[in-house]
Design a protein around this ligand. Structure first.
Ligand code: PGA
Length: 267
């Protein structure tokens, strides 16, 4: 069984230092006396608040960034380096989030560079992949997602590949309240597994966690996580409510369904 993960992507929130303090103190209060077992819970705040989160994040919650740049240092205005993230104890970073691909015009090639840069600094990439609604309408979702996976893992060794988490996030489901059916998510999980197995063989592919993201809510976990046997979820808007994030993490941790059996199990 793979480890399970819940990632809380705060996006461009909170909007001030005092709101950040408020978020952290609510998170601490909500966690008091509770246990979150069987799941790694990661929060990814905006980069300007990483330092504060790094100091004040409750034990058991891990820190991630929302993006990172591929160059180590130098004249790259507005960018954040892997060394800066490491220095703040960031163990994870989102890479290729659909909002970065849309508003930052990030390409698959750049996503691949970022993945390799993060791995080099021992930061685990949370690679976001997903089809647009037009691609799904044309029946091209499997091709689109396989291509994104293959390009992002380009030149990544099998050992390093196991450090990557893949988040399947259909772009039409992010920030919209639309969610795919469980069968569609399972189908895309198989597509991702197949793309990884072609690169590394099934044994390595089995070890790479695949999460679901896009309009996740606690009430939808059966449909988007448990039934399609995902290894966790990437939560956007709902993670702005600490009690919801904790509720989701507790449910995902308590549910023992992330075996790869039935997905394409090879000996
Ligand atoms: P959402 O965002 O849960 O608000 O749809 C998901 C994400 O940030 O990937």
């Amino acid at each position: 069984m793979n480890k399970r993960y819940v990632i809380g992507n705060l996006k461009m929130n909170p909007n001030s230092v005092s709101e950040t303090e408020q978020y952290l103190s609510t998170l601490r209060k909500e966690l008091f006396g509770k246990r979150i077992d069987g799941v790694e819970t990661v929060v990814t705040p905006p980069s300007v608040y990483l330092e504060r989160f790094s100091r004040e994040l409750p034990e058991h919650i891990l820190l991630g960034a929302q993006d990172v740049f591929w160059e180590k240092e130098g004249s790259f205005t507005g960018q954040v380096s892997t060394a800066m993230l490491r220095d703040l104890h960031c163990g994870f970073t989102l890479i290729g989030h659909s909002e970065r691909r849309t508003y930052g015009h990030e390409t698959d090639m750049e996503v691949g560079w970022k993945v390799r840069a993060a791995l080099h600094e021992n930061i685990r990439p949370i690679l976001c992949v997903g089809e647009t609604s037009e691609e799904r309408d044309r029946g091209e979702e499997a091709d689109s997602v396989s291509k994104q996976v293959t390009l992002a893992f380009h030149e990544v060794s099998p050992l390093m590949a196991e450090r990557i988490l893949v988040a399947y996030e259909p772009r039409w489901a992010i920030g919209t309240d639309a969610t795919p059916e469980s069968e569609d998510i399972l189908e895309m999980r198989i597509v991702i597994h197949r793309a990884l197995a072609e690169l590394y063989g099934p044994a390595v592919a089995d070890k790479i966690p695949v999460l679901y993201g896009g309009s996740v809510k606690a009430a939808l976990l059966d449909r988007v996580c448990f039934e399609p046997r995902m290894d966790g979820v990437l939560v956007g808007r709902e993670s702005l409510y600490p009690h919801e994030l904790i509720r989701i993490a507790q449910s995902v941790g308590a549910y023992g369904v992330s075996e790869s059996d039935g997905i394409e199990h090879h000996s």
